[in-house]
Design a binder for this molecule. Sequence first.
Ligand code: PRP
Length: 215
Amino acid sequence: MSPLLPSRPVSDVVRVLFGREDIRRRIEELGRTITGDYEGRAPVLISVLKGGSVFLADLFRQIRLPVSIDYMSISRYGGATESLGRVRIVKDLDEDIGGRHVLIVEDVVDTGLTLSYLISVLESRHPASVEVCALLDKSARRITPLPLRYVGFDCPDVFVVGYGLDFQERFRNVPDILAVQDVAALAAEPDLLVPYLARAAPPPPPSDPPEDAEA
Ligand code: PRP
C-alpha cells in the first residue's frame, strides 16, 4: 500500500473551519477597510515568518495604496506559555520603520506573547503608528491583552492548520483552514492530511452564456 494512502478518512480527524472562499471574501473586505483607513498614507506591512506570509501575500494585493512589505522571524524558547521574555529576533526587518505607519500582519494571535514582544520592539523604533491585522483571533487563549485593530475571524480554541498554519512544518499549503479534531491521530499519522492537498478547488460558477449563444 502506498504510504500516502491514509488508514482512515480525513474527515474523522479534521473539519473545514474557514473555507478558501470565506477566506478570500474576508480578505477582500479587510483590504477595502485598510485602504480607506490609511488613505493618503503608505503603510509598511510586516509579517512574522513563517505562517503570516501566506495571509500577507493575499492581503496586501487587496490594499489599493502604495504599501511596502517586510518580514521578521523570531524564535521562542521553552513552551508557548513560558515564552514571555524569552524571544529573540532571528531575522530583522530590512526597512527602517522610523516615522512609518506599521501594520503587523499575523496569521493567528493565540496567547498574544509573540505580538506583545513584537509591538514593544517595533515601537522602540519610533514609527508613526503600529497596528495589528490578524486573520485569526483565538481570544480564549489570550494571556496578554492586545489591541487588534483588524481581525479576520474569531477562532475557537482548537488546533488549526492550513493557509499558512502548519502541523510539524507541513500542510501550510492547504488552501482552507482546518480544525484538527484529533491531534493525537494526526501526530500518529501526519500523512492523513495528504489527500486534502489534492482536493480540487470548487468549480467556478457557470458564466452567463454569450448574448448570441442561442442565435
Ligand atoms: C504562530 C503565529 C504567531 C504565534 C502566535 O507562529 O504565526 O506568530 O504563533 O502565538 P502566541 O499568540 O501564543 O504568541 P508559530 O510559532 O506557530 O510559527 P510559524 O508561523 O513559523 O508556524
